[in-house]
Design a protein around this ligand. Sequence first.
Ligand code: NAG
Ligand code: NAG
Ligand code: NAG
Ligand code: NAG
Ligand code: NAG
Ligand code: NAG
Ligand code: NAG
Ligand code: NAG
Ligand code: NAG
Ligand code: NAG
Ligand code: NAG
Ligand code: CU
Length: 574
Amino acid sequence: MGILKVSIMQLFGFVVLCSLLASSVWATTQDYDFVVKETPYSRLCDTKKILTVNGQFPGPTIEARKGDTVIVRVYNHAGKNITLHWHGVDQPRNPWSDGPEYITQCPIQPGANFTYTILFSEEEGTLWWHAHSDWDRATVHGAIIVYPRNGTTFPFPMPYKEIPIILGEWWIANVSEVIADALRTGGDPQLSDAYTINGQPGDLYDCSKPGTFKALVEHGKTYLLRVVNAAVNNELFFAIAGHRLTVVGTDASYTKPFTTDFIMITPGQTMDLLLEANQPVANSTNNRYYMAASAYSSAVNVAFDDTTTTAIVEYINGTSTSSTSPPLPYLPSFDDTDSATNFTANLRSLASKDHPVDVPQTIDERIIISVSVNVMLCPNRSCEGPNGNRLAASLNNVSFILPFIDILDAYYRNIDGVYGTGFPSEPPFYFNFTGDNFPFSLFFPRSATEVRVLDYNTSVEIVFQGTNLLAGENHPMHLHGFRFYVVGRGFGNYDKEKDPESYNLVDPPLENTVGVPRNGWAAIRFRAANPGVWFMHCHLDRHASWGMATAFIVKNGASPQARMLPPPSNMPPC
Ligand SMILES: *[C@@H]1O[C@H](CO)[C@@H](O)[C@H](O)[C@H]1NC(C)=O
Ligand SMILES: *[C@@H]1O[C@H](CO)[C@@H](O)[C@H](O)[C@H]1NC(C)=O
Ligand SMILES: *[C@@H]1O[C@H](CO)[C@@H](O)[C@H](O)[C@H]1NC(C)=O
Ligand SMILES: *[C@@H]1O[C@H](CO)[C@@H](O)[C@H](O)[C@H]1NC(C)=O
Ligand SMILES: *[C@@H]1O[C@H](CO)[C@@H](O)[C@H](O)[C@H]1NC(C)=O
Ligand SMILES: *[C@@H]1O[C@H](CO)[C@@H](O)[C@H](O)[C@H]1NC(C)=O
Ligand SMILES: *[C@@H]1O[C@H](CO)[C@@H](O)[C@H](O)[C@H]1NC(C)=O
Ligand SMILES: *[C@@H]1O[C@H](CO)[C@@H](O)[C@H](O)[C@H]1NC(C)=O
Ligand SMILES: *[C@@H]1O[C@H](CO)[C@@H](O)[C@H](O)[C@H]1NC(C)=O
Ligand SMILES: *[C@@H]1O[C@H](CO)[C@@H](O)[C@H](O)[C@H]1NC(C)=O
Ligand SMILES: *[C@@H]1O[C@H](CO)[C@@H](O)[C@H](O)[C@H]1NC(C)=O
Ligand SMILES: [Cu+2]
């Protein structure tokens, strides 16, 4: 009951805040209570406690309509610090509720609580929320569904039903210990033991069959699959046997529909897919089909979890011979970069009258960022990385270190010594980034907390340049605070003169996470019209933990509507 009182008080506080903002036209306010706690779960013949929200894994789904405001009160009943992030929600002017630990807030400590205000604006489709502290997001995550505004509808025929598909990654070991051990030894983190679909590994793993997720479908109907890749360290191929999939959206932005046998989805990304239940039922010996996901792991000689998770699509009233196991779909091989690239190349914005594109045709600033996996020297070469060194990662040769006070607070209150503003606007040294042999000295980045400051409404282009230092790999780069247009992708070294000629400035996809091709580059554009502090990092958590990250500080603009909102009164203290 105490909780209810707090909620009404805080809601009241929020309404007052809203009414102060003349330009705000937020439609509705809904609220949720999220209790973070340890909950026993049995998977893979083993029972252990995992961190959950409200005891659920995956966690509760947040439903909203375009432009809504949602309040989430988070109570930390677990034994460790935690924060939550609303992945892909721009949060205009409201970095206070964005969530990354020590970037926009201090963690919610055990026993404490914090109220997040999620401001939806242009997003429409599927997103997700997840913990943004250590690797807690492995089990602390859930879907966000943003429906069209009242009176508007999907830009495709109304599906009969919706089926959320949350792809995850499961460790038998305690995930907190997996990352803590890796950071202590300097070696690769222990591999996961399974992937999951809606929390279940599926029939191909030990002790998993009874729990396998099953989607019941009716012949002749069309379903909207809302797919989230919540895996920690792996890009995934996903497909359904006997069925093709029509992609209609990604990262809460509609795409031109295209039909495919499989998708490739990076951690952080979401995809909306139409599934037509069009297989014969009546006289079939089998009314069940596997959906399955397995890794797209592009790094050569880097170990990964090579298992396959499955769930079942079952036709209602179909006849089946129960002894027959459902057919498995074709999934490309783990190293099939061609298939991954061809799939991704099909993503284009819908670019319709109701869903126009607004890609900057000109830019004020181009930032070129080399994306590398590195090593650092270890005393006496006693670490478990290559040659006794410590594994690391960097952007423009800076390996990001999390500060002890959050950057947003330090910026807002002018606290010195927390971060530097020297994140380079291009790689400090140009070499054949995608080459095979490198001088030893190139492998070692410098460690720092460097950010990049942008003036309000700067038109920015970022070119991510993958490097082959240690191992080239597809890196899913995620930006907080903005969705961006992916205007170009290619292999090899980015060419400032030639490559912009091949940009798509007509209907590029609008995303919050872009897979930078292995030994290639990706170019994104956005307008920095959102003041605040916004994290940017690889969404493979092992790379982010090793320092593949930086942040942008976007300054306030001149008008009152171009300024950050004031901080809520209950920001957690450090
Ligand atoms: C939430 O935290 C505040 C302090 O920030 C505290 O006063 C309040 O009692 C807490 N509410 C609950 C329900 O624990
Ligand atoms: C995981 O390990 C940490 C560190 O040893 C421990 O504090 C925590 O309670 C463990 N978590 C669970 C859910 O067992
Ligand atoms: C939007 O439509 C839903 C269902 O039709 C209705 O329940 C809800 O009250 C409407 N909301 C607003 C703000 O009009
Ligand atoms: C199923 O088989 C029966 C008998 O062979 C046939 O009459 C019927 O048309 C078939 N139905 C379908 C849907 O194929
Ligand atoms: C399945 O069969 C039952 C019993 O014949 C019938 O009532 C029901 O409508 C059928 N459902 C579908 C989706 O065909
Ligand atoms: C990818 O697309 C290219 C160009 O269209 C084609 O030549 C190639 O066969 C495709 N590869 C795969 C694996 O589909
Ligand atoms: C490194 O090795 C030297 C010589 O064996 C030893 O004295 C020193 O304590 C070692 N340092 C560390 C950090 O292990
Ligand atoms: C970079 O290295 C790759 C791999 O060895 C090679 O194919 C490519 O030609 C090199 N590029 C340049 C510009 O030297
Ligand atoms: C990164 O910086 C370190 C230290 O300043 C330097 O030794 C190294 O060569 C640089 N590497 C690259 C790829 O720029
Ligand atoms: C940002 O700049 C563009 C181009 O100069 C301009 O059209 C737009 O109105 C500006 N937006 C804001 C919010 O200031
Ligand atoms: C939890 O957060 C507080 C505040 O930032 C910090 O002092 C403390 O060291 C953190 N605990 C752990 C185990 O990181
Ligand atoms: Cu990465």
